[in-house]
Write a protein that binds this ligand. Structure first.
Ligand SMILES: [Zn+2]
Length: 186
């Protein structure tokens, strides 16, 4: 497979690669590097590049299937999320004997969930569009922060006790979450 790339030279010391949304590669290189060096560098990273191009293609395809989310659609998604997410929070909180403050559901640009020191929980409304296990994994993660305000071994032990498939669905959101965020019309 032919790898398409664009070179951008600047005052930097080493070469780095970025996969763009259109699956082309942006090569950031120092002023002094030659085309030959850059091509050799790309060749050493070939399998990494191809893997990431495949991922980007899958993301673009998924985004095409679920989006776009304009303002009207976002309002509907928030309404749905405000019904469903608090129910799931209550379910897991009762099961684990965890208390919490208020629940806020918003459209967030980078974050899926968070837990404040006061015990308030924040969730991204887009979670409601994903498989329920994904939403549950984020809810369990934030609830467990009520006992551990860190990502320690003890924290994850509690997460896995409450939601054994955590790893699988955490991987899912890492691979697919960006596609959901990219559907938001700004
Ligand atoms: Zn966390």
């Amino acid at each position: 497979m032919q790898i398409k790339y664009v070179i951008k030279k600047s005052k930097r010391r080493s070469i780095s690669l970025e996969i763009q949304g259109d699956c082309s590669i942006l090569v950031k290189a120092p002023w002094f590097s030659t085309e030959k060096e850059i091509i050799e560098f790309i060749e050493t990273k070939r399998s990494w590049i191809l893997k990431h191009i495949e991922q980007t293609k899958r993301q673009n395809e998924l985004a095409g299937n679920i989006g776009p989310f304009d303002e009207k659609r976002i309002r509907a998604i928030k309404r749905q999320a405000r019904k469903i997410i608090p129910e799931r929070v209550r379910f897991y909180a009762e099961r684990a004997g965890i208390t919490y403050g208020r629940i806020f559901i918003r459209l967030q640009k980078t974050c899926w969930g968070s837990c404040s020191a006061e015990g308030n929980l924040n969730f991204n409304c887009l979670l409601v569009l994903m498989p329920q296990e994904v939403m549950d994994s984020i809810i369990v993660h934030e609830l467990c922060h009520r006992h551990h305000m860190n990502h320690s071994k003890e924290f994850y032990e509690e997460v896995y006790a409450l939601f054994p498939e955590y790893k699988k669905w955490n991987k899912w959101i890492k691979e697919n979450g960006q596609a959901y965020l990219s559907c938001v019309v700004r």
